[in-house]
Design a protein around this ligand. Structure first.
Ligand SMILES: Nc1nc2c(ncn2[C@@H]2O[C@H](COP(=O)(O)OP(=O)(O)O)[C@@H](O)[C@H]2O)c(=O)[nH]1
Ligand SMILES: Nc1ncnc2c1ncn2[C@@H]1O[C@H](COP(=O)(O)OP(=O)(O)O)[C@@H](O)[C@H]1O
Length: 400
């Protein structure tokens, strides 16, 4: 795979009869990957990015997609080939945290666009500010207080944590919302999706199927947040064996009597379900405490004390939190720029005369710092501004 080729806009534009139309030559970019040329441009409504694919092998246009809400409205952009299945798209004229996107090709991860076109556009979002924090897996018997502790954490640190919304075949409880607490799913549908490889892990728990989709974890990562997974011990074991590097926490009750009291007081289960959960609780606690899966153990006796211990082991003492909250890079992309790739660096160079006067003309995205997220994905690369083409950045070939 090499650099993106010089683009033959005129030849390609004649193909834009249906789907979207590229607005002008300065607003689109083309990248060739194997036999396919991906043309990325502002659509004719100027509110969305359009992606059109030309397949050299069949000598014609094969796919068209307009992405309206994701990525956000965009008038112009640049694009550069990152690797064999990822094109970096940079929206002109805004801050990196909402203007850098990946066009993912040939990925097994299915999103709406992928279903339509075999191509996926993934928001980079705040990932450019670094999302190196490991996801947090929380396990423990039913009624121990996992949900309560997670809610407290998300309420106190809304911009820091995001919940991985699992799929389940169990029926929703009165206050539970589809897509918020769980994705409530038919068993046959979920089984098919598991077969299709869409799940990071799944398990049969208390007679129902539960699972974490790759998408659920990706959605949180795309928001630049630290992912929290509330999953059972079997699920934790699977995640431990996967490539998702996480922190594993097991929560135990002070006693079985207290656990039963909490389950009954919650009032969400039938008597039969309560008994089943209590029967399973003992085995879960034994497995949790002896399996070697978990890095940390908490006893949820007094809620506030347990919550404080949880925050402490997640490094959420006051000093750490202050650093995390005040970390923005403060780099804005120039309204007009060209983008190039050299080794592991993406260089964004200002094209506007006014910015010649600015002290920082070049923005460097360091691809070598990409971190592993869910399988096949990458998260968190560094971005910084520099003054000039020094430090070995000579001879950069600008693409747009
Ligand atoms: N393996 C796995 N377990 C899950 C998942 N989502 C929830 N669970 C676990 O399933 C169990 C039952 O959850 P739920 O029906 O919400 O009942 P609760 O634990 O009593 O609140 C709990 O141990 C959860 O941690 C998942 O995606 N994967
Ligand atoms: N430390 C605690 N002391 C007393 N009640 C608690 C404590 N932690 C949680 N609870 C209560 O116990 C019930 C079960 O908690 P929940 O968070 O739903 O458990 P889980 O998600 O582990 O099934 C809820 O009604 C919750 O308010």
């Amino acid at each position: 795979m090499g650099e993106a080729p010089a683009f033959i806009v005129d030849d390609l534009q004649s193909g834009f009869q249906k789907g979207f139309c590229l607005k002008s030559k300065c607003c689109e970019t083309a990248i060739t990957l194997g036999d396919k040329t991906y043309v990325v441009g502002a659509s004719n409504d100027e509110l969305s990015i359009g992606v059109r694919i030309f397949d050299k092998a069949i000598g014609g246009w094969v796919e068209t997609a307009v992405v309206g809400t994701k990525p956000k409205p965009c008038k112009g952009h640049s694009a550069v080939l990152l690797n064999e299945d990822r094109i970096l798209v940079i929206k002109k004229g805004s801050a990196p945290d909402d203007c850098i996107w990946f066009l993912e090709v040939n990925t097994p991860y299915v999103r709406e666009l992928k279903k339509k076109t075999g191509t996926e556009v993934v928001a980079w979002s705040k990932g450019v500010r670094g999302n190196a924090q490991k996801p947090v897996v929380i396990s423990g018997p039913s009624g121990v207080g996992k949900g309560t502790l997670i809610s407290m954490l998300m309420k106190e640190f809304p911009s820091m944590f995001g919940f991985s919304v699992s799929h389940t075949t169990r029926a929703p409880r009165a206050m539970e919302k589809d897509g918020v607490h769980y994705h409530f799913t038919e068993r046959s549908v979920m089984e098919k999706e598991i077969e299709d490889g869409k799940f990071l892990e799944f398990a049969s728990v208390h007679g129902n199927l539960y699972g974490t989709s790759i998408e659920a974890v990706e959605v949180v990562a795309d928001m630049g947040k630290r992912c929290i997974l509330d999953i059972d011990v079997q699920g934790a074991r699977s995640v431990r064996a996967s490539s998702l590097e996480a922190i594993f926490i097991f929560i135990s009750p002070p006693s079985m009597e207290e656990l039963e009291k909490r389950l009954r007081a919650r009032g969400t289960e039938s008597e039969e379900q309560i008994l089943k959960r209590l029967r399973n609780a003992k085995a879960e606690i034994d497995q949790g405490e002896s399996s070697g899966i978990f890095d940390h153990f908490l006893y949820n006796d007094r809620l506030e004390e347990c919550y404080e211990s949880l925050k402490k082991l997640l490094g959420l003492d006051e000093t750490t939190v202050a650093t995390q909250i005040t970390s923005p890079q403060g780099i804005n992309l120039p309204a007009d720029h060209s983008v190039s790739k050299i080794d592991n660096k993406i260089i964004i160079k200002s094209e506007t005369p006014e910015s010649d006067k600015a002290s920082k003309n070049l923005i460097v995205l360091d691809v070598s710092s990409l971190k592993g997220g869910a399988p096949g994905r990458t998260r968190g690369f560094d971005v910084h501004a520099i003054d000039s083409f020094s430090d070995g950045f000579n001879g950069i070939h600008c693409l747009s």
